[in-house]
Design a binder for this molecule. Structure first.
Ligand code: ZN
Length: 403
């Protein structure tokens, strides 16, 4: 089954995605990240140089962003040196990314990411902060049963040791894993055979050298001392070409009870050099917006901002009054909807039904009868009370109700 090119954003989906993206963005910002906007069309070979699979290439040159953290690093390499004098920075991006071979639910070729990269951070505290960031995002968005899992893929020599220790499993991997540049891919592959292999494989931790083990213990100690709850998994491993030492995964429960990986990150000390920059330790994290939304309770419509004032209007005089009064209320900062359907298509009952649908707080009813008397009817949708008031008292009355 091939994955969709992109997931459709109906109004409800879009509202939920916007909520997730906005909250994730705010949590990154609260950790000191500043936004950058590298183009999503990148120099050919960027994803592969950054240690991933080949990206989707574009006619005329270049490739589509596959690895948002690499995009940030690419921008830093191109412009960062002279701009960041102390060689320490937290940069983030929110934007589209493109997966040449998406697998699993809520994944597609085009996807939305919120990602961050800490540059110039060799201390285990930086790895710990990425894990803490996962916890912060999970709590802020309200993910269902979130869990932050942490592991270590060690250093290059450790990975070679692990490859040797699991050599006999090699031919048993699925076709995608066999074709992948990442020897750890089978550990998180959704193929049934690979899952069985992953379960029988020795823990990655057993292949780690002293330096990587000490680093990992320092990360765990920092997290514990700072009061963060993460699960240390000696078997967690992915992205052998991308990461060294720490890898972090944020998981949560999806709509049908399945566990989704919502964010992934870790230490990427080779990244800047691989993209042509100077050697600089780095730690990054990428969150998938749609996946996170799938693990966030509530249907999309409930994330739609509710309408505050709904004008139900009939007759040309009523509609003209409604347009004028609506403009005045909007300028006061309220979200206002005016029913613009012609009289013969929408009676009062139809208009009130629409007001319910958009979860209006107050409905202002104005028709020819009310216009003649210089009045409007105002319905409080919470108490279900309707009163008729002089039209010039409407602004004060709305202010009182919406306070
Ligand atoms: Zn596989």
């Amino acid at each position: 089954v091939s994955a969709p090119i992109a997931l459709d954003g109906t109004p409800g989906d879009a509202a939920k995605w916007r909520f997730v993206r906005r909250r994730a963005f705010a949590v990154f910002q609260s950790h000191g990240y500043v936004e950058v906007r590298p183009p999503s069309l990148e120099p050919a070979g960027t994803a592969a140089r950054a240690g991933g699979e080949a990206a989707i290439s574009v006619v005329g040159g270049g490739e589509l962003r596959a690895d948002p953290v690499a995009s940030i690093a690419q921008l830093y390499v191109a412009h960062g040196g002279p701009m960041v004098s102390d060689r320490f920075a937290r940069w983030m991006l929110a934007g589209s990314a493109y997966d040449p071979a998406p697998r699993g639910a809520a994944r597609s070729r085009a996807w939305q990411a919120v990602a961050g990269l800490i540059l110039g951070a060799s201390d285990p505290a930086a790895d710990a902060e990425i894990a803490a960031l996962c916890e912060g995002v999970a709590a802020d968005i309200g993910l269902d049963e979130p869990e932050v899992v942490i592991g270590s893929v060690g250093d290059a020599a450790d990975l070679e040791r692990y490859a040797a220790a699991t050599a006999e499993l090699g031919p048993l991997r699925c076709a995608s894993c066999a074709a992948s540049r990442d020897p750890l891919r089978f550990l998180s592959c959704e193929d049934e055979g690979c899952r069985a292999l992953a379960a029988s494989a020795p823990p990655l931790r057993a292949s780690l050298g002293v330096a990587a083990l000490k680093h990992h213990e320092a990360v765990l100690a920092t997290l514990e001392a700072s009061g963060f709850t993460v699960r240390d998994d000696p078997k967690l491993g992915f992205g052998a070409g991308r990461y060294n030492r720490t890898v972090v995964e944020l998981r949560a429960r999806g709509p049908s009870g399945e566990v989704f990986t919502v964010a992934r990150g870790g230490r990427r000390d080779r990244l800047l050099e691989a993209l042509g920059g100077k050697s600089l330790p780095a730690v990054g994290l990428t969150l998938g917006v749609v996946r996170a939304a799938a693990c966030t309770p509530g249907d999309g419509e409930s994330y739609q901002p509710a309408c505050e004032v709904f004008f139900a209007a009939r007759g040309s005089g009523g509609r003209a009054f409604a347009l004028r009064a609506a403009a005045a209320e909007r300028s006061r900062g309220f979200r206002v909807d005016v029913d613009l359907r012609p009289d013969k298509e929408a009676g009062w009952a139809d208009q009130l039904r629409r007001a319910e649908r958009v979860r209006a707080r107050v409905v202002v009813v104005v028709g020819d009868v009310e216009r003649k008397r210089g009045e409007v009817a105002i319905r409080d949708m919470q108490t279900r009370e309707t009163r008729t008031i002089p039209e010039d008292t409407l602004p004060a009355e709305l202010k009182r109700l919406l306070r």
